[in-house]
Design a protein around this ligand. Structure first.
Ligand SMILES: [Zn+2]
Length: 422
């Protein structure tokens, strides 16, 4: 094993929820540098470093048994801190429950990739929403789109599919065939074990397998020509609740158009600019079992490896992943202090807030400001819910204009701090 390059070379962060997903990710490395040996004491992640094609990639897995959005957020934040000088784009890669429909003939082992649609960035939080004007529940769309360089790479990959064979089936087969253990862990289960049941037929509670689930309960599906996984692009539904009921799956699918269910992405999309890739290991119903997990995890990883082949080295057009949040937290902290002090007319601290906001406005492009203000809105919302926020909501009103106008209002105050109160 070669010694790894400097920590500053790692631009791609790859997060997994389960050990089997991390194992699948590691199978895709062209070079494996092993575990990062030294990191801050406050960072509890373990990192596996490697190279895929021209990219240095850092892989982190959620702590054993601690899946879900909160855990994913912690892992992502740690990663952004430890690789703050280099991390540009993120990937959340693993398994998920498929939501097939007449338009999307999703089978076990297929791959679902998050794609921005309408007002959301490709991920919808299905267990959170707000009450609309007519009493309907409006789902909270998640927040940020995947990094532009990944979306561009996706477009390239989809174009290439039109005239050339995809490479991910080859990566998949190579990884399965490496040795006895990889064959055992990742081989494709018998196609007869891919059974999609009608939603009215629930799995018998005491049964440990679907042996007792009758063939006539199954949906009629034609057999496929291709034996390798197919790729679907669209909405991924993320939530803290594990969906394991066909009727629930179908109700949420109809409402959101989701192609897949999982439990981590909603914790990442606000802060960690990432693309979500899920291999389908079950149908999010009462019949779900673990037989397809290894193959589905490897399929998602193989797709991701091919995708990275379309991402240029450098990805310099992306902001540093760590840039935006700490900057905002800093501004927010100073805003709070400044507002406390305005009451006692301490002008000096106020100017410091101004400087930070003005620096933010000057240094960042409009696109970055839009990103900043979106994240700021999130922070503001969270803090308002907890009763923590003291800063006026107008300062993080969700648009760069609101932020700039807040900045200029503060400028006037700083020039004449007594203008409002005297
Ligand atoms: Zn069953």
């Amino acid at each position: 094993m070669e010694s790894p390059p400097s920590r500053n070379e790692f631009q791609i962060g790859w997060i997994c929820a389960l050990p089997i997903e991390a194992a699948a990710a590691i199978q895709m490395l062209d070079e494996n540098f092993g575990i990062l040996q030294e990191q801050e004491r406050t960072d509890t992640n373990t990192y596996n470093l490697g190279r895929i094609d021209r990219h240095y990639v850092v892989i982190a897995c959620l702590p054993d048994g601690q899946y879900g959005a909160t855990s994913a957020t912690t892992v992502a934040n740690n990663m952004m801190r430890t690789f703050s000088d280099s991390l540009r784009i993120g990937l959340m890669v693993g398994i998920g429950g498929g939501a097939p429909s007449a338009n999307y003939d999703i089978r076990l082992g297929d791959i679902v990739v998050s794609r921005p649609e309408g007002s959301h960035g490709g991920v919808i939080q299905h267990d959170m929403g707000k009450i609309g004007k007519y009493g309907e529940i409006q789902r909270v769309g998640s927040l940020n789109s995947p990094p532009k360089s990944l979306l561009n790479a996706l477009a390239q990959m989809r174009a290439a599919e039109l005239y050339d064979d995809p490479r991910y089936p080859v990566y998949l087969q190579e990884a399965i065939g490496k040795n006895t253990r990889t064959r055992k862990t990742f081989s494709r289960p018998d196609i007869k074990l891919d059974r999609l049941f009608k939603i009215e037929h629930t799995h018998p509670e005491s049964a440990t397998s679907c042996d007792q689930c009758l063939a006539e309960w199954e949906e009629n599906r034609t057999s496929r020509e291709e034996s390798y996984p197919q790729i679907y692009y669209g909405t991924i539904a993320s939530g803290n609740t594990l969906i394991k009921d066909g009727k629930t799956r179908e109700a949420i699918r109809k409402e959101t158009g989701a192609l897949c269910f999982e439990m981590e992405a909603a914790g990442l999309m606000a802060d960690f600019p990432c693309l979500v890739v899920r291999g389908i290991c079950d149908y999010a119903d009462s019949h779900k079992n673990k037989q397809w997990q290894g193959y589905a995890a490897l399929a998602a990883a193989a797709f991701t490896k091919e995708l990275l082949g379309y991402v240029p080295k450098g990805v310099s057009q992306e902001s540093l992943a760590a840039d935006i949040c700490p900057l905002l937290e800093g501004i927010k902290e100073d805003q709070k202090k400044a507002f406390d002090q305005r009451e006692s007319h301490h002008r000096e601290k106020m100017e410091r807030v101004l400087t930070k906001i003005n620096v933010a406005v000057i240094k960042h492009s409009r696109r970055q400001l839009i990103k900043i203000s979106k994240i700021a809105t999130q922070i503001e919302r969270k803090e308002r819910v907890s009763g923590y926020s003291t800063a006026p909501s107008t300062c993080v009103g969700g648009t760069p204009q609101a932020m700039i106008s807040y900045g200029s209002r503060l400028t006037q105050d700083a020039v004449n701090p007594y203008s409002q109160n005297h």
